[in-house]
Structures are given as C-alpha cells and as structure tokens.
Write a protein of this length. Structure first.
Length: 444
C-alpha cells in the first residue's frame, strides 16, 4: 500500500470556504450588468489604479507597446507561437465534416463551426503570462473564430507608471487578436461576457486567472461558454530509481513557484530517490529567487508518495488526476499506454512542464482539481461547435422513418410528435392513418 513520505494538507483543509469570493464576484457582476462602462472604470480604478481614456487599445497603443519589446523577445514569442500554431493546425485537421447515407435516401451529417466571438483573458498579476496569449488567442484564430477579444490587466512599469504590459500586448497582437483591452480580474471577465456600450459581448470566455476570475467564469457559465473551471497549478512526477533527483526537485519547485497553493507531488517506488529529492529540494530552496512562494507551496501542499510497484504508482496517479504529469522511469511509454486521468503528460527527462507552459506547442490551459477524469484541456476543438443536420431525399425513405417515429411517439404519449410523422405518411406515403393514432405495423 502506498505510503506518504511527506504529506501535504488534507482534502478538508484544502477545501476552505469560498463564500467571500462568491459574494464579491456576484455583487461585482451585478454592478457591471447595471452600470456597464461606469462599473468597469470604477473597478479598474479601485483594484488596478488604472483609469485610461479608453480600455480598448488603439493601433497606435499597440504599436507603442511593441516598441518597448526587444527584437530578441519578439523573436522568442514568434518561435513559441509558431509551435502552438503548427500543433493546433494539425489538431484542426483531425476535425472532419461528415455526411453519410444511413438508410436509402436518409442522409445525416455534421459540420464543425467556429464560435463567433471569444474573449481571451491573459493574467498579469504576479507574473505577466505572455504565453497565455498564444494558447488562447492564437488557438482561437486557428479554429477560425471571426472575433477574438483579448484582455489583460495593467502593470506598474519600472518608472512607476501603470500601463498595459508591452510583451502581453505584443503577443496578443502577433497571435491575431481583433480587439485588445487593458482590463483585469472580474471586470475583464464580466465586461467581455455581459457587454457594455463600448464592449460588445462575446459567446465564450477562456483563459486562466486567480480565484476571482475562476469564480466569475463559474457564475457566468451558461450565459457564455467557458474552457475550464481552473484551480491552482498542479504538478505530479512519477519516477523510479533511474531518475535524476536534481531534475525531479527542480521540476517540482519550478511549478510550485506558480503560487503558494500549487500542489507538487512525487510518486516513486524508490525510497532512496525520495530521500535524495528531499535533500535537493532543501538545497534549491536556498538559492531559488522565487523561493518565498515555492517554499510555502512545497511546505503546505508538497507530497512524496512511496509505492511498492509501478502498478501502484499508476494507481496513485489515476487517483490524484493532476493537471501536469511528468514520467521519468525505465519505461515511460508503459504509463502512456495505461494512464487515463491527467491534463497533459510529459514523458522522459528531456521534456518538462515548463516546455509545455511556454514553447513546445501543446496548450497549457489544462484541467485541474481532478477534472482530467472527464475532460481534456483547451485545444482548437474547444472553439468549434459540432452541429448536425439531416435530410431525406425520397418519399419512400420519409415513409419508412415516419412509421417508426409515429409508433414510438405514441408509445411515449407525444401525440403531436406522432402527427408530425403521420402527416408525412399521408402526404408522401399515401397512408390512411386516422388523426392521433400510431402507424400500423407491417405484418410479417
């Protein structure tokens, strides 16, 4: 049976009350519904000390932002976007429209149709999440979304001026955003979803954010579509005695720096590796510049689970169902073939979660809090709706389907449904069926 060499907070401790956040978000969204642009302005002033003439950036504003980004940074952003675009295009090519003749004269089909308008939120609080622009805006444009709205909060630059973040704005623009806004938090989510006089509403909201952003998306779900209910970043490493303890420790802490509530877990069947990883974590925390965050995360949410076999490691991984799962064992592909519950999988020591977060090309917006049991992450297909259609090309086919429909509708008591079938049986099949009765069965 698996043992905890290091235990984090219990599930009960993790599930602390979110009532205050819920009420704050609810009241804020109500305010945006009632006061529109005035509410957005007041909220931006209150939370970000930002009150521009217009929250929407002009082409001049975007050009100015780009001038503050070095050529080297633009080159790197371009490389990352090229990888994301390439993989998204390959994914899109797997989505095929179909039309099949299921019975003589009966044709059924489906079409993949892009969402008409999407709002992409890019966080910029603790860290300016430039990569989120690629993952949301660019992927939506590859899907064919006609109108992509992008929004990110302002930041305080080295001169103490609060303004749009140049690298985020540049990445949004390079990714193909049709409208760019400098709005953060609940006001950004509410503004894009509910709309105001100056901000036309969208049909779908995507992108990560803090607890308030996540709650706003939750409350608005139904009025608009969303990608995921995202929680803190989660990282799991599955490793055996062949793994490098320094790499394991580096990869755990590298993700723990996301925030003080980001779980980082090691599952191993080697107690020696576990002890070595613990020692490396202690060493790295003394030199890591973001250790003030990573240390809290590791102390409160870090875990090491010691298993007796790779089968038990697999079992524990499936139970945990973390967002990111990195496998470093003697047989990584054994896990690939058997794992079913995760957000994204990283196989071998040559890759890592940071590659997925920033540059490799897969999407970094992924399911957390065990949602990997029932959904995957953001991808080009999330921005497309699969709509069915049907038509019948002959009287005989309409009659055949209608006879079954008539009887099954009456079985359920839906007389009006049955009559939709019966009238066609009378028109196209010359059937003399009394009103409100099922079509007779053919004698065998």
């Amino acid at each position: 049976m698996a043992q905890f060499l290091k235990k984090g907070k219990s599930e009960e401790e993790k599930s602390h009350s979110h009532e205050k956040i819920r009420h704050t978000v609810e009241n804020t969204l109500d305010d945006i519904k009632i006061r529109g642009d005035d509410a957005l302005r007041d909220l931006s002033q209150k939370f970000d000390q930002y009150n521009p003439t217009s929250f929407r950036l002009s082409s001049h504003d975007i050009k100015q932002a780009r001038e503050h980004v070095s050529d080297e940074d633009i080159h790197d952003i371009s490389f990352a976007q090229e990888q994301v675009r390439n993989f998204a295009e390959h994914q899109k090519n797997t989505l095929k429209d179909i039309e099949v003749e299921t019975l003589p004269g009966v044709f059924l089909g489906h079409k993949h149709i892009p969402v008409n308008a999407v709002g992409c939120y890019v966080p910029g609080g603790k860290y300016p999440m430039v990569a989120s622009a690629h993952m949301s805006v660019l992927t939506a444009k590859v899907a064919g979304v006609p109108r992509v709205v992008a929004s990110a909060p302002p930041f305080k630059n080295q001169d103490g001026i609060i303004a749009p973040h140049p690298a985020i704005v540049t990445a949004m623009n390079m990714a193909g955003a049709d409208e760019i806004y400098c709005l953060g938090g609940i006001q950004a989510i509410g503004g894009m979803a509910l709309g105001t006089k100056t901000l036309k509403p969208v049909d779908m909201i995507v992108g990560p954010g803090n607890a308030f952003v996540a709650e706003a998306k939750r409350q608005l779900f139904g009025k608009v579509g969303i990608d995921l209910f995202a929680g803190p970043t989660e990282t799991l490493i599955i490793a055996d005695s062949s793994a490098d303890p320094e790499i394991c420790a580096t990869d755990l802490l590298g993700q723990a720096e996301h925030g003080p509530t980001s779980p980082a877990t090691l599952i191993t069947d080697s107690e020696q590796l576990a002890q070595n990883v613990l020692a490396e974590i202690s060493r790295i925390l003394d030199i890591l510049p973001t250790a003030d965050i990573a240390r809290i995360s590791w102390k409160e949410y870090g875990e090491i689970i010691l298993c007796s076999s790779r089968e038990e490691m697999l079992q524990e991984s499936e139970r945990i169902a973390f967002e990111h799962v990195q496998v470093m064992t003697n047989d990584d592909f054994w896990f690939l073939e058997r794992m079913t519950n995760y957000g994204a999988l990283f196989l071998g020591a040559r890759t890592n979660v940071a590659y997925g977060d920033k540059t490799i090309g897969t999407n970094h917006t992924l399911p957390t809090q065990k949602a990997g049991r029932y959904t995957g992450g953001l991808w080009v297909g999330k921005f497309m709706k699969t709509h069915t259609y049907q038509y019948i090309s002959s009287d005989e086919a309409s009659t055949l389907v209608g006879e079954y429909c008539s009887r099954l509708s009456m079985l359920e008591g839906f007389v009006g449904h049955a009559e939709q079938a019966n009238i066609r049986l009378r028109r196209f099949g010359n059937k003399n069926i009394p009103y409100g009765t099922p079509a007779p069965r053919k004698k065998s």
